[in-house]
Structures are given as C-alpha cells and as structure tokens.
Design a protein around this ligand. Structure first.
Ligand SMILES: Cc1cc2nc3c(=O)[nH]c(=O)nc-3n(C[C@H](O)[C@H](O)[C@H](O)COP(=O)(O)OP(=O)(O)OC[C@H]3O[C@@H](n4cnc5c(N)ncnc54)[C@H](O)[C@@H]3O)c2cc1C
Length: 241
C-alpha cells in the first residue's frame, strides 16, 4: 500500500537556539493531516544513486489531539555537512516538499500508570511538546518531563514546559550536563531519572532522541525490571543514505 503522502510548503524558518531551527510547513494537498501527539513525519529529499533520501522529524505542534491539522511544526538540530541540515537551515519560505506519515508509536496510551517519565535530549523533547494538551487532562498520572542539553542556550520550548509544570500533576526537570544554572538540574537526564527512583510497579517511561541516551536509560530500566512495554522508545538514528 502506498504511504500517505502530503504536498507541503515551508511557511516559516527561524533559529530557536544557536544550533536549532524551528520550521513550520503548511499542508497544500491534502489540506489537513491527522496525527497522534508523539508521532513523526518523513520528508523526501530526492534520490541519490536511485536510492530515495528520506529524513524523519518529530511533530512538535502543540494541539489538543492532532485532528485535521493544517500545519506541521518541527525542530531540527544542525549536523555538520548533513544533507537535510544544509537544506533546512538554508530553506526559504515557499519551498515545496513531499512529506509522508504520520508514523510512530511514541504516544500516550489510554491506560497510564501512577507516574510517567518523558525523557528527551535535544530535539528529542519535540514529541513531548506535542503531548502537552493531553498531559494537562491526564490528571490521574504524575508526569515528569526530563529535558537534557549541554547548556541552557541549547534549550527551547521552555515556556511551554514550564507553563504545563504549573499544574500539580506535572513536573519539569531541565538537565544541563555542561553548566550549572538556577532552576536547572546539574547533570544528565539519566542521573535525574535515577534520583526519581523509577519503579516498574507504578511507572512507565518514554525515551526519545540521542540513541546512546535511549539505550543507556533503557538498560538502566531493564535492570530495575521494567518490561519492554513499560518503556517506549524513539531513537533519532541517522539515515544510511
Ligand atoms: C523517528 C525519527 C525522528 C527524528 N526526529 C528528529 C527531530 O525531530 N529533529 C532532528 O533534528 N532530528 C530528528 N531525527 C534525525 C533526522 O532524521 C536526521 O537524521 C538528522 O536531521 C540528520 O540528517 P542530515 O541529513 O542533516 O545528516 P546526514 O546527511 O544523515 O548525516 C551527515 C553525517 O553526519 C552524521 N550524523 C548524522 N546525524 C548525526 C548526529 N545527530 N550526531 C552526530 N553525527 C550525525 C552521519 O553519520 C553522517 O556522517 C529523527 C530521526 C528519526 C529516525
């Protein structure tokens, strides 16, 4: 079956950290897309030696449920010499592209345990931003959002995470590995998570972003006897082409 495909054009492209840009694409044909918060889309960047060049990006839109959305927002961090990085960092509004999706299972389940950890490094927090409206209404669960970066200047969407963390059932832990700043945890997300004493009897974890972080945290949770279904993972693995 052919993948669901969308014609889109770039509406805005702005820097949000020294190394990250936020891009908003408007849907042209079809005019809307329905997705589940936490999912990603893929962009077709043409072909090389007859092989399709495809890159995936998490949907970062902040909406209630993702139904009939007319735009897609995503955040991309720059990779030196990367094909998509070069394209998207230099793209002008109006650029037309083909997008496929939505894909992925990093979505909040109907049944949630007492505590949910949403762990992301860098742009790996994008799916959690798209879950914010859902998180607000899931008041029976305590959410801990752990955002890892090297420096405070590398973080984004902070106002959105801080705003949702004003709710009693939501906690936001910005973790900085290379500097100390008031209001932030000094160290890796892994260390903060350990401090929160994850327990398979009461908790579930979502991990997204850097593949090393995802593997490391997954191993730690397995040692604590978390089952595979209690840990949802999305690794930002590089494409081979
Ligand atoms: C499901 C999924 C969701 C994703 N969501 C996002 C997202 O929301 N935001 C985002 O920024 N990225 C995301 N990614 C990663 C993204 O798809 C690209 O891999 C990334 O943008 C690099 O693509 P590129 O074409 O610029 O680099 P490439 O042309 O693929 O790579 C250029 C060179 O850099 C190396 N390289 C590639 N990426 C890295 C890296 N991160 N660190 C070090 N070396 C690297 C490659 O091995 C290669 O040598 C996601 C990936 C997946 C699988």
């Amino acid at each position: 079956m052919p993948l669901p495909s969308f014609q889109v054009h770039l509406e805005t492209n702005e820097p949000i950290t020294p190394n990250t840009r936020k891009l908003v694409f408007r849907l042209d044909d079809p005019k809307t897309i329905t997705y589940k918060p936490g999912q990603f889309v893929s962009f077709m960047l043409g072909t090389e030696d007859d092989r399709p060049i495809k890159r995936s990006y998490s949907i970062a839109n902040m909406e209630t449920n993702g139904e009939n959305t007319t735009y897609i927002e995503f955040v991309i961090s720059y990779v030196d010499g990367g094909k998509a990085s070069e394209l998207f960092f230099n793209a002008e509004p109006g650029m037309e592209m083909e997008m496929t999706g939505p894909f992925g299972l990093l979505c909040l389940t109907d049944e949630l345990p007492d505590r949910v950890f949403l762990v992301g490094t860098g742009t790996g927090v994008a799916p959690y931003r798209s879950m914010i409206e859902q998180i607000k209404s899931r008041t029976d669960t305590e959410f801990h959002i752990l955002f890892g970066a090297q420096f405070l200047k590398d973080m984004f969407y902070l106002d959105d995470f801080k705003a949702v963390a004003l709710l009693d059932h939501v906690h936001f832990h910005p973790c900085l590995s290379r500097e100390e700043k008031p209001g932030c945890v000094a160290g890796y997300v892994q260390n903060k998570l350990k401090e929160l004493e994850p327990n398979p009897e009461t908790d579930m974890a979502y991990l997204c972003g850097n593949p090393n972080m995802v593997d490391e945290v997954f191993e730690m949770l397995k040692e604590k006897e978390f089952g595979v279904k209690q840990v949802k993972r999305e690794k930002y693995v590089f494409s081979r082409f």
